[in-house]
Ligand binder design. Sequence first.
Ligand code: HEM
Length: 457
Amino acid sequence: SGFTFPHPAGRRRWMKDAHAIDPERPVQSILERHRDLGPIFEIVVFGQKFVFVTSAELAAELNDESRFVKANSPALEGLRGIAGDGLFTAHNDEPNWQLAHDLLAPAFTKHAMQRYHPVMAETLDELFAAWDAGSGRVDVSADMTRLTLETIGRTGFSQAFDSFATDEVHPFVEAMVVALTLGRRKGVLLALPGSTLLARRLDRKHAHQLDYAQRFLDDIVASRRSGATTGGDDLLGIMLEQAHPETGQRLSDENIRYQILTFLVAGHETTSGALSFALYYLTRDPEVMAKAQAETDAILGSDADATPSYEQVPRFRYVRKVLDEALRLWPTAPGYARSPRETTTLGGRWTMTPEDWALVVLPLVQRDPAAWGESADTFDPERSRTRLSSTTKPFGTGERACIGRQFALHEATMALARILHRYDVAADPAYTLRIDERLTLMPQGLEVTLTRRTPGA
Ligand code: HEM
């Protein structure tokens, strides 16, 4: 048939496959339509072959670093126009990956979170002040995005976005959403004849926003260089001032711009989505909510303004389980791609060469009944771990796994704990989960009512 892997029936022509996946909601359409296609299948969209892996067993193989490495999917490759060889989009063998990784890894250890903790706590207080002054009606995804953008901006770059002062989305964020959507579309259209022209036309149409984003990044660097802003050894300080301890190399200005953009984007949307899904599930499940609130009372006591210390954050074990379970069902970065180092056979059956890649479809892999049993689709923060549960990898895998994992977990655990400690959170019972797919997954239209509570009661 010309296909290497199983393929949706009846769709043989390259354009027709475009209908196999809904471009507006690719992940959800795979979840809805393709669970029956088996652990691996391929779809050809606009002349490009996409291979999807959906079982925990095959994902475990792809996660084996001795045989497989990160690959840039077309969607990721399409972002190189704005993110270049920044950490997320760099190819494995590009020298700037190792250089930036070595320079920045020390800023992301668990211990390093001590440095960001006070700013994270202060930013959260500002969100609460805005909430307390408001109507109590809150758009969860929008406000979680304000919180996480503000947090990565301030901790990483000493750059505030004034998110809580206005109802508007910050123009940089708007420009990023445009750029990311464009990038993904360009990446997917790459193999089409005329794609370069099309890409140029798309760029021209959005030139205003793309220019704005460039200027914004240039300004961040320029004002730090000129001393107009200071930030000590925050991420920007490290990138501008430090040389590699062994090679003495420094990051170029161009690469620093790529990294700032990468961190501002990667550092907020995914965390915001994780918090939003967690709040969605909490508002559906009074028992889980009660347990989580009891934990916050036990740790923070009866003062609704109490802020956990850095050392206290990991003690919110149950709150953390709620986050982990939300990230199992809806991993907000819904997949990552892997290529074999050398020609190899996957699952004892499918040959893959180093030119091939397969996408680990996390929402399916992490709901594989072989790993989680028949209740795989239900939210249960206390489910017991199994042999294949090690394939639950919302932060990716291996050397190219998420550098910001500790950052995200520290920030999100503290935020969720404090929200639940301070407020009773109720969602409209008629709300059914809708998910917006950009580069990440995000609940859409989830509104909650917040009521101040008396902790410890
Ligand atoms: C990489 C998920 C938060 C920065 C990744 C990857 C995943 C991921 C799956 C690997 C992608 C691949 O293999 O292609 C998440 C999730 C987050 C989160 C689910 C929140 C819940 C953050 C934060 C930051 C960050 C807070 C920064 C402060 C990065 C960077 C990379 C990355 C720079 C590229 C690492 C490299 O290749 O060296 N993330 N992330 N992420 N993430 Fe995150």
